[in-house]
Write a protein that binds this ligand. Sequence first.
Ligand code: HEM
Length: 399
Amino acid sequence: MSVVADRPDLDLDPHRLVDPEVHVHGDQYAIWHRMRRQTPVHRHPAGDLPAFWSLTRYADVRAVYRDPETFSSRHGVLLRPVALGEDPGGGMTLALTDPPRHKQLRAVVADWFTTRAVRSLTDRIEDCVRSVLDRAYEQGRCDFVHDVAGRLSMHVIGTIMGVPERDHDALFRWTNEAFEAGVSLAAHRELMAYFIDLMEQRIDDPTDDLVSMMAGGTLGDDLLTEEEIVLNCENIIGATENGRLAIAGGMQALLEHPEQWARLRADRDLLPTAIEEILRWTSSATHSMRTATRDCEIDGVPVAAGDRVVLWVPSANRDETVFDQPDRFDVGRTPNRHLALGIGEHVCIGGTLARAQLRILLTALLDTAGRIESAGPVQRVRSIAVAGPEHLPLLINPR
Ligand code: HEM
């Protein structure tokens, strides 16, 4: 059934897209649906946010992601109130640099995110999954976002970054506070102080972890500056919010589609397609932004140098010209060339890791969980940057 036919009285004004409240109620899907048909390249005037173009079709979103020369990341990849000025990470973090510098920076950290590196973490991820699920089973209930998906994501990234086990709880608390208050991690003083301290330790005494790798990393002939290291730590930790929202959103989707959970239970061979469908369905990164470096055209619409272009990823992933019955959650969907992790130069570096976490967690749930039921209403996060459940209260028992 179409998302529009479901809600005939809905206000489909595209300008509502910048209101986080719209994303809490799920109205954005109907707005995107209409924009894909009627105004796929839509101009939003300046307000609290700068003026920008909205892209909602798969082909346009994909084309912009794949053309970093014309569409720069240097001036920010998320819409940001004009009053805040440009993102301080511009030109310094992985997400906010352009080629050729971006490639050099990515090469500094890439080793930690390869298939081989992620495979070597399997035991650690399995241990963590066992521990978070045992705790949930013991209590018979959990907030899946916080207690399972959040704890798992933070433990895994903490391990990669070289945060000692004893500090994982503090890291988890600080990042939760920042995510829940909807503020940038950089605004969380304890967290930033922690990473400055960790960086200084690793500069003096490198070990085998991501922060040490950045501390010894070079761009051309120069070592990364301390500011670059800390901002990149923030970028990587911040990006894991997507992981937790995708994991929790996936659980929510399976609960809301019990027949799909039953299919997966009956046929574990569906796990790889189920994971891709969870990524497509949850599309937890709601938008990416780029800035045009030259005058160009998108779908025949002239875009001027300096214009901001916003790619609405969940809309691309529901494009009916690419996906058969896109509003259907189907764990067997194939083909499924979603853009949930971006594509091209800046494609998500944590994609393999996110998939591994989903696979290990779902396998453990299929192996050990008995009853999994909703224990209360689910509210979505109030954001135009990320999507997923804010809390997911569950009753959960072992088999
Ligand atoms: C399912 C969960 C995830 C989703 C949906 C997701 C989504 C994305 C997307 C759409 C981009 C491209 C942004 C752009 O081009 O502007 C991206 C980039 C990135 N992601 Fe993820 N991500 C996820 C998990 C993770 C995890 C677990 C990590 C951390 C280890 C991570 C780290 C990053 C980083 C560092 C970048 C920037 C890469 C670059 O610019 O070269 N992501 N992610």
